[in-house]
Structure formats: C-alpha cells, structure tokens
Design a protein around this ligand. Structure first.
Ligand code: SF4
Length: 355
C-alpha cells in the first residue's frame, strides 16, 4: 500500500490551528500522562478545571505518590471512570519506588507500568521523549479508516491490528509527538464522527473516503457488541439527622468510593421488598420505602437504570450497622459532612438534589 504524505500536510496545519490547551506544548511526562488519562472518555472542556486542580494539589509524581487515596479520589470526583484515579496513584508509587520518582523513557518500562496501555504509553513516549511510538484511540482509528477507506471493522482484532500498523508506518521520524497530537486534534475538531468537516480538512485530497463519498460509512463496526440493560436499587436511609453511606470494595468499579447502599436487582424484582430484606440483614427495620427518581448510567457494555428510594426506618430503634452477617457496612454521616467523602457522579447528584 502506498502511504500518503500525511505528516507533511498535517504538521503545518496543526502548528497553525492547534487549540491552546493547558497541557499542550509541555514536554513533562507527568503532565502529559495526567492529561491523557483524564481525557480518556472525557471531553476537553470537562477535563481542564480538573487538570488545574490536580496539578495544584499534586505538582509532581512524588506529591501524588505520598497523597492519601481519599484525597486523590476526592479531586477526581465527578470525572467518572474512577479506576483511572486509582491507577494514577498506584503508578506514581511504582515510579517513586522503582524509578527514583522519574518517569521512565524506555518503552518496555513505560508499557509495563500499571494503567498505561499502548495508547497512553505511545502518547507519553512520543510527546515527552520524542520516541517513535504510535497512538491509536477512537479519533485516530476513525481518521485512518476514512483516509484509507478501510473495510475491516475497527472493533475486531484484525481491524485493530491493521490500524496500529498504519499508525506506526505513518509516523514521521521527526516530530512524532506533534504528528500524534495533530491526528488527535484533527479527530477532535474536523474529522468528527457524525459530520466530518471535509471542506476545510487539510488532508481531504489524501482521503479515500472523501474522494468516494463514503465518509459516513467509515469506520465500519462489526455490530457484535450488544448493550445490555440492567437495574439497580439505591437506598437513601436517614436516621436522627444522619444518612447512611457505604464504601465500595478496594477493587472493581468505583473502588474505594462512597455511595448510598446500592444493589443490582433482577428485572422483575420488587425493589421495595428487596431493600427491606437487605436493610433488615444489616439490623435496620425499614417502615416505608418510596421511589424518589431514577437515573440512567451508561457503560461500555451495559446501561443501568438506577432507582433511588428514600427509606424511613421504624420508630423502634433499629440496630447500628455492626451485624456480622450484614451484606454491607457503613457510616452514619450528617448531610453537611458528606463533602468530605468522594462519591461517583450519580451519588453526588443524589446528594445535590435530595439531601
Ligand atoms: S476529508 Fe473528511 S473524512 Fe477525510 S479525514 Fe478529512 S474530515 Fe475526515
């Protein structure tokens, strides 16, 4: 396959049109790492204030490594995909312990760090260290699929292998970091999923999908990913001016975050009876359970309908949460004290709107 001279066209365009983002033009691997992790699945305008707050609190790897996890999670609150914050914290500790606090520049070492995959590793290596490391995210996959009018679905191993190969072949020897950033910028500003701005695109003359009018057909997807629907019930339990919160386990989704007790329930389950039983096993006698509202949470492979129930306890004193067999443990906290704890976005919304 003859490769189009992409970098010769894209680099001057990027130099002239790049958005002035706070992490742009930095060669500090720590800053690039933090920005790339924050930008995963998250829009630039959402990330910017988090990025500034993060760097004020943790200006370098050492300060992040020695911070308590509760502070790290509190700063991340609202940004979603909390595993990213846990990984940043864990990896900072590994870098302090194994690399004297300096971000490694050796590709094998970078790719072996926890939470750093091929994409993030490629971004850090190319932008911070000028190494010839390709990147491939949704934006770059879309651009390459269109420029080469690829038939292979981008969500299959075969399609991904081809795209990684192309991303590596197109990488110029000089300025690989700027080239990678120019691809990200093109995908974020012009080569958009729904309405690509081909008329003002700097590479339109090199783009096969544009030439053949197939922009909307690329990238192709196998359509094999089926999004499941699931249900969850959340109990907002109050007693004596305090509300019950529980902490998530140390691993898995929303590790270490706090929430109102929440349970996955079956499609036809009666949520009121289910929550009554759950609360009873923790020594809490619910007298009245009322549906307040429901929220929709979307994940990569499923959509969750989170039903929020207000739970009134029976006037005869319910026991404290110290029952050995209780399905969860928790704390009774005054509403004004809740800001000391880190919650996922859905639970932060419950606090804002119902407490
Ligand atoms: S010409 Fe259109 S489809 Fe092709 S890369 Fe540019 S914006 Fe994307």
């Amino acid at each position: 396959m003859k490769l189009p001279p992409l970098s010769a066209t894209l680099l001057p365009w990027y130099e002239k049109n790049k958005r002035p983002l706070p992490w742009r033009d930095s060669r500090d691997p720590y800053r690039i790492w933090v920005s790339e992790i924050m930008l995963q699945q998250t829009q630039v305008k959402t990330v910017i204030p988090y990025y500034h707050r993060w760097l004020d609190a943790f200006p370098d790897i050492a300060s992040l490594a020695k911070a308590p996890l509760s502070k790290v999670l509190k700063l991340w609150e609202g940004l979603g995909y909390y595993r990213r914050a846990n990984n940043l914290h864990e990896t900072a500790k590994v870098i302090v312990e194994n690399h004297n606090g300096r971000f490694p520049s050796d590709p094998a070492m970078v790719y072996s760090l926890p939470g750093i995959g091929k994409y993030t590793g490629g971004a850090i290596l190319s932008i911070a260290f000028g190494k010839s490391a390709p990147i491939l995210d949704g934006n770059v996959a879309r651009i390459l699929s269109r420029i080469f009018a690829l038939d292979d679905p981008v969500d299959t191993p075969k399609g991904l292998k081809k795209l990684w190969k192309l991303a590596a072949l197109l990488l110029p020897e000089k300025n690989p970091g700027d080239f990678n950033q120019s691809m990200m910028e093109l995908g974020a500003t012009l080569c958009l999923p729904q309405e690509p701005a081909c008329l003002i695109c700097p590479v339109s003359e090199l783009c096969k999908a544009h030439e053949t009018g197939k922009e909307q057909d690329c990238p192709r997807k196998s359509g094999k990913t089926k999004i499941k629907k699931v249900r969850a019930a959340c109990a907002v339990v109050s007693r004596d001016g305090r509300v019950l919160i529980t902490q998530r386990p140390a691993s898995g989704l929303w590790a270490h975050l706090w929430e109102f007790p929440t349970f996955r329930i079956a499609e036809k389950e009666d949520a009121g009876s289910f929550l009554t039983k759950q609360l009873l096993t923790a020594g809490l006698n619910a007298q009245k359970i009322t549906l307040k509202t429901s929220l929709r949470r979307a994940y990569t492979d499923h959509v969750e309908n989170l039903e929020i129930y207000g739970c009134e306890l029976s006037p005869e004193r319910s026991k404290t949460l110290s029952v050995p067999d209780a399905p969860f443990s928790g704390q009774w906290v005054k509403p004004r004290e809740l800001k000391r704890f880190a919650f996922s976005s859905a639970h932060a919304k419950i606090i804002r709107e119902y407490l």
